[in-house]
Ligand binder design. Structure first.
Ligand code: GAR
Length: 236
């Protein structure tokens, strides 16, 4: 499992057990960047061993290059069927001894065999408060539904799309006049906080799966985290 590594930056030394991550992307990779930045922190208990994109022009590949993280482009178009593509992903992930796969804007549906092979070692970030608004265009659907609170979810991946034990969620208020873009930006900002937090919880062994749900074994969970929208009028 995790390898004990000694990280040495100048005179500063830290010794942390680092979980080996792979991040799978298809686009700009701002969530990848959030994970890169988190992993650069002293004592963060995970490091990125590999970034895989199914799109050769994904902006996230440049972010990985800049951080000197190995990248692979595995184009789904180069494979005759989904299983062959998934097998190529698994081969690359196993060659890099990856322990946890983070889907970060990876816009290909993975097959059941792949998901079962990586069961409980495969997580995803979704731009909605699951189980609401699965699929695409989540912010448009949230606005159409008139919800007052939107957000994002990090969850373990299961064969059904956007289903699986929920590790962490972040909520934001929907504001009057919000557009898909403005709401999307506000949620994305929280995604960048949430994904590293979820990875850290897993890497520190604070998450276990029980009865189909993820249970947290940590005292980080706030007892009194409340978001009310609209805010009640201030007391006079
Ligand atoms: C993020 O908002 C992520 O939640 C979403 O794609 C965006 C990727 O942005 N993922 C999905 O919709 C998966 N169904 P990024 O490339 O800047 O991280």
């Amino acid at each position: 499992m995790s390898k004990r590594i000694i990280d040495s930056v100048g005179k500063r030394q830290s010794s942390v057990t680092q979980l080996k991550l792979a991040v799978l992307i298809s686009g700009g990779g701002t969530n990848l960047q959030a994970l890169i930045d988190a992993c650069a922190g002293t004592d963060f208990p995970a490091g990125i061993s590999l970034v895989i994109s199914n799109q050769e022009n994904a902006g996230g590949l440049m972010r990985a290059d800049k951080a000197e993280i190995p990248t692979r482009v595995i184009r789904h178009l180069d494979f005759t069927d989904r299983d062959a593509f998934d097998d190529a992903l698994t081969a690359a992930l196993e060659a890099a001894n990856v322990e946890l796969i983070c889907l970060a804007g990876f816009m290909r549906i993975l097959g059941r065999a792949f998901i079962e092979h990586w069961q409980d070692r495969l997580i995803n970030i979704h731009p909605a408060l699951l189980p609401a608004f699965k699929g695409l265009h989540t912010h448009r659907h949230a606005l159409e539904a008139g919800v007052r609170i939107a957000g994002c979810t990090v969850h373990y991946v299961r064969a059904e799309v956007d289903v699986g034990p929920i590790i962490a969620q972040a909520a934001v208020a929907v504001l009057p006049g919000d557009t898909e873009e403005s709401l999307g930006q506000r949620v994305l900002k929280q995604e960048h906080r949430l994904y590293p937090l979820a990875v850290e919880l897993i890497a520190r062994g604070h998450v276990r799966i029980e009865g189909g749900n993820a249970k947290l074994e940590s005292d980080w969970a706030g007892e009194d985290v409340t978001l009310i929208n609209p805010l009640p009028a201030p007391e006079k």
